[in-house]
Design a protein around this ligand. Sequence first.
Ligand code: F6R
Length: 241
Amino acid sequence: MLLYKVKDFKELSRKAANIISAQVILKPTSVLGLATGSTPVGTYKQLIEWYEKGDIDFSQVTTINLDEYKGLGAADVQSYRYFMNDNLFNHVNVNKDRTFVPNGLTEDPEEACKAYDDLIAACGGIDLQLLGIGGNGHIGFNEPTDSYIKATHVVTLSENTRSANARFFASMEEVPTHAITMGIGGIMEAKKILLLASGKAKAQAIYDALYGPITPQVPASILQLHPDVIVVADEEALSLL
Ligand code: F6R
């Protein structure tokens, strides 16, 4: 595991964008596993800036997102598809037909989850998976549980996660109760993982994930078993190390 300690969110965003950009330059047909949430926003902004300068070309890239709220579609501003279009895809030359986010409006979630895992396999697996981390240690929407779930699946969001994400909704009642998430298998099968963490609210989760026992109660702790993980975290997120 390679750990980069950076000063703050700005440095974190630059370092993460550097790593993603190196991946795409070295392999223009990369399959990028992407995340939403506040943490990668600065990274995406930096990538857009470099794209505008002509330093990075997304034309042959495929992207596969970690998760989507159940019940929300591309037109919903809180959906993760909308977030990705708005924060990255609309501003770079990625082929939108090769950007994948789980379908939150599916009428057959079981089939949609299976199809998502088949899609990852058909793309040849994920070259670089970008991850944020929940205050409770979740990755994707793999919440603390008694056992790891390998496949893409429907998850009941914890109250902790729903309140953490309530800031994006008008009220707590509007926060979806369920989501579709890539499973721990899909994440762990990525060839390389880039985990980002910023701010004090992530300090305990990062400490537990990197130094605690490997347990599904701290889903990110499984990353200790992955052979190629890069962690980029700021001083506040690393304050308990
Ligand atoms: C988002 C995702 C989540 C977030 C995590 C941290 O696609 O899978 O695991 O990465 O909830 O969210 P932020 O970055 O908003 O603190």
